[in-house]
Design a binder for this molecule. Sequence first.
Ligand SMILES: C[S@@+](CC[C@H](N)C(=O)[O-])C[C@H]1O[C@@H](n2cnc3c(N)ncnc32)[C@H](O)[C@@H]1O
Length: 367
Amino acid sequence: METTTAVWAVFAAAAAVIYWFVWVMGAAEVKGKRAVDLKMGSITSDKVQDNYKQYWSFFRRPKETAGDSTNVPAFVDTFYNLVTDIYEWGWGQSFHFSPSIPNLSHRDATRIHEERAADLINARPGLKVLDVGCGVGGPMRAIASHSRANITGITINEYQVARARAHNRKAGLDSICDVVCGNFLSMPFSDASFDAAYSIEATCHAPKLQDVYREIYRVLKPGALYVSYEWVTTPLFRADNEEHVEIIHGIERGDALPGLRSHDEIAVIANEIGFEVLEEKDLAKPPAGPWWTRLKMGKIAYWRNHLLVSALTMLRIAPKGVVDVHEMLYETAGHLTRGGETGIFTPMHMILCRKPSTATNVAAADE
Ligand SMILES: C[S@@+](CC[C@H](N)C(=O)[O-])C[C@H]1O[C@@H](n2cnc3c(N)ncnc32)[C@H](O)[C@@H]1O
């Protein structure tokens, strides 16, 4: 009798631990994804590991991919197939950083950073706004709720389109938020069709910033505002410092970047295209709280999650290759943290531009 009771007690405890480990601890931070739902985007489960290997060999030496830039969007698409579910599970629906704010949750700090972009472009009801590189639409929904503007997002990744649309419906925002699949280097929108635009940590994936800024310029109406949060190296970066170079390479290869730009290139390129630059600022600079603490605090979570994804892969609930992707993201988190701590990198170099009200639709660089 006592043995049977003990066996049942052990059994119940084990079931509770497994439930807690997979369903509770593995739950998405901001709804949507649990560890047991990791699918790896549109890639069939037998191809995940191969896709990961192809991605890794392409981005291993990021600067060198610049010579092979026509393939970058396809590999960026592969990257987001591999990471979108993991990001949603571990991070939430907004795939960007924000300055930490004392006594506020990451979720609130994220929303404030997004609303800042909305306010900079004066988003308001009835305005047609473009979200360039929209992810699964976390910023889009925050900005639409804050401003009641109509927002169209574009992402290269088909799987993100489905996720974003499902989230929009769930949030009751699908009447003012939509998402299309396409390449922001050649957008499926007419000339002068948007009243404003923003991009949050997305244009860093363009091999040449000129190409995406030229497209944004084309689809904006004369007089329209555009704000971007760019990933750049700061004035503290030294190209002859080995540690700096290793940190930046680590960020590039783990985030599908064809080569980070320097802070002083952004306004030059915007001007070259024909934009008037109204404001430029590194939003990570003090008094802003550090954006990387969220990654640092997440180290224990990374190890815990490593065990979880390994167990799910062994049980064939998650596809083979998820552990590799998780490992890559863990390493990248380390490089991002070092980038933040040394001050050589910022993911929030803000630039606010206007397409001149007298503009014809041709970008200056094309004239
Ligand atoms: C780091 S995520 C940021 C997403 C979103 N802005 C956010 O903050 O949640 C970068 C986004 O840029 C998109 N992207 C990258 N290259 C692209 C391209 N060539 N065309 C369209 N979207 C692209 C990715 O699909 C992804 O949605």
